[in-house]
Design a protein around this ligand. Structure first.
Ligand code: B1M
Length: 233
């Protein structure tokens, strides 16, 4: 009887392989995820589909079982590791689109929060769409955001938060920007699983972005508007 060890990924149909990759992500099997990504690329899959249909979809299942107490932090860390390994293969391919330079974004996860997969995905997709991205990493206090804005002079500030306890910190950053009189110099985009549009409005962000694709589209619209205003003014 065939067991898990006997599965040869390259022999699976696309659908079965994607299913298997979700299982492998769940089990934190980094090597298998890397292999699966390579196989799908060889079969002509576009990087964005591999990201969303295999990796992000697999991570959603991990999220449900984490929430329900079936998976715990060490296991989820392994899944995150496997996800990052898959993303690392796709990153240069997503950035290779030859899109014209669109603008610059500084992005970071807020203080108290170490989740970075979603932020990394947004950074990757923004780069792929032609934005220059400065990634500030995780656990950023307000001072780090203000320094990065001063230093990098981006068009956009992106903030990510995955915890209900850390998302209010985005308002701390925006309020500090208001206090310094620099709020309107930047487009502020926020995202992360527990946020929604209403929250984005309430804290004074320009927009809430549901996912990385929405972040790219929203960034394009806002940066075009900003550049038009600068030309008109
Ligand atoms: Co965390 N964790 N975690 N965790 N974790 C969640 C967020 C949780 C929802 C799980 C659950 O209970 N179902 C829950 C939060 C509950 C809540 O606050 N309501 C939770 C918890 C409780 C915790 C700890 C407190 C657990 C503990 O220690 N007891 C702890 C907190 C640590 C801390 O930050 N201080 C913790 C730790 C961890 C790990 C370290 C194990 C690991 C993180 C590894 C890493 O990131 N390097 C982890 C993970 C992996 C998750 C889940 C399972 C997956 C998150 C993820 O990567 N999703 C998550 C469950 C879930 O979200 N369903 C969970 C995939 C990613 C592609 O999606 O991040 O949503 P996402 O990003 C999307 C959009 O949200 C959007 O675009 C992205 C791409 O499409 N987006 C942006 C995100 N940021 C954006 C910024 C933008 C725009 C769009 O700017 C412009």
């Amino acid at each position: 009887m065939a067991d898990e060890d006997d599965i040869i990924l390259a022999e699976l149909s696309d659908d079965a392989l994607v299913e298997q990759m979700m299982d492998d992500l769940y089990d934190g099997m980094k090597d298998e995820i890397e292999e699966g990504v390579h196989i799908l690329l060889d079969r002509g899959w576009v990087p964005y589909d591999i990201l969303t249909k295999a990796l992000v979809a697999g991570m959603t299942i991990v999220g449900h079982d984490f929430r329900d107490g079936i998976l715990f932090v060490p296991e989820v860390l392994l899944s995150a590791n496997a996800m990052k390994a898959g993303m690392a293969i796709l990153k240069p391919l997503l950035a290779e689109t030859g899109a014209p330079r669109m603008g610059k974004m500084v992005i970071g996860t807020v203080k108290g929060d170490i989740h970075d997969i979603g932020k990394n995905l947004v950074a990757m997709m923004m780069e792929g769409a032609g934005f220059e991205v400065v990634d500030m990493g995780i656990n950023n206090p307000v001072e780090a955001y203000l320094e990065a804005l001063e230093r990098e002079q981006p068009d956009i500030l992106g903030m990510s938060a995955l915890l209900t306890t850390t998302m209010p910190y985005m308002k701390v950053v925006i309020d500090a920007m208001i206090a310094q009189g620099i709020r309107d110099d930047y487009v502020v985009l926020v995202g992360g699983a527990p946020l929604n549009e209403e929250f984005g409005r309430a804290i004074g962000a320009d927009a809430y972005c549901r996912d990385a694709a929405v972040a790219v589209e929203t960034a394009k619209v806002h940066v075009a508007r900003k550049h038009n205003q600068m030309r008109a003014g």
